[in-house]
Design a protein around this ligand. Structure first.
Ligand code: NDP
Length: 245
């Protein structure tokens, strides 16, 4: 039996890309997935696809920039399934631009989703996990959470923050059975780059020949971390295309 069988997993950013692929992977392995994002139609389509394969999923429209909505998401998961075993803070934005373009609105949105959204995800599940002395918080950071590159300065800052939240929390929770993991993917073929508005950056990410992973490759890494037995914590995974420089 899979160690994920019967476990309850909340996934933010489940409406596309890495979140969607992870939801399918966990559902195939017998997990009960709680799908969260803003686009209800995409969540509904995913739920139906999972159910057609015999899996179990529910949806909750959630904007992770609202703490009350993230709190309601956690309450919904507990009301529906009785517990939360894994919180996957995966929702994120990457509108890359050089800092001197002063795209303040995009900086705000990245901080709100990639930083505050992760903190809200932690806050919404931590008391429940502490009460049970069990649980796993997984957050999607990035290779940009390890190294900064021109045009990625603000994005990198948010991804460093996301990774450090996992590392610090793991130290604070060392006396408990609660685990944390950062997943740091390299380039993954998803919709993420489609929101870049800086014309100096956009073409670089539209090149179909850039070595890239699939969302399923990253889902496998998330699954690896989540499926370890009690007592084994995989705190950090970097997963990159073999040919990414
Ligand atoms: P996608 O654009 O496919 O997915 C992003 C997801 O985030 C969508 O489901 C979107 O759903 C959700 N989202 C965005 N804003 C909000 C919000 N305010 N509230 C709730 N959900 C939100 O890209 P990826 O799958 O690639 O991105 C997933 C994560 O992976 C991100 O954190 C990204 O930074 C990270 N990452 C991606 C890499 C890549 O190369 N693709 C590399 C390294 C890390 P909706 O719009 O429906 O709300």
């Amino acid at each position: 039996m899979s160690t994920i069988e019967g476990k309850v997993i909340i996934i933010t950013g489940a409406s596309s890309g890495i979140g969607e692929a992870t939801a399918k992977k966990f559902a195939r392995e017998g997990g009960k997935v709680v799908l969260a994002a803003r686009r209800e139609d995409r969540l509904q389509t995913l739920k139906e696809a999972i159910e057609q394969e015999g899996g179990e999923a529910v949806i909750k429209v959630t904007d992770v920039t609202s703490y009350s909505e993230v709190e309601e998401l956690a309450e919904f998961a507990i009301d529906t399934y009785g517990q939360i075993d894994v919180m996957f803070n995966n929702a994120g934005l990457m509108p890359l631009s050089f800092m001197d373009k002063l795209k303040i609105d995009e900086w705000d949105r990245m901080v709100d989703v990639n930083v505050k959204g992760v903190l809200y995800g932690i806050a919404a599940v931590l008391p429940h996990m502490q009460e049970r002395n069990s649980g796993h918080i997984i957050t999607t950071s990035s290779v940009a959470g390890h190294n900064v590159f021109p045009s990625g300065t603000v994005y990198s800052g948010t991804k460093f923050a996301a990774r450090i939240f996992m590392e610090g929390l793991s130290k604070e929770l060392a006396q408990t059975n609660i685990k944390t993991t950062s997943i740091s993917p390299g380039v993954v073929q998803t919709e993420l780059a489609s929101f870049i508005t800086d014309p100096d950056i956009k073409p670089r990410f539209e090149d179909p020949n850039i070595p890239s992973l699939t969302s399923e490759d990253v889902a496998n890494a998330v699954y690896y971390a989540a499926s370890q037995p009690d007592g084994v914590a995989v705190n950090e995974i970097i997963v990159r295309p073999t040919n990414q420089g």
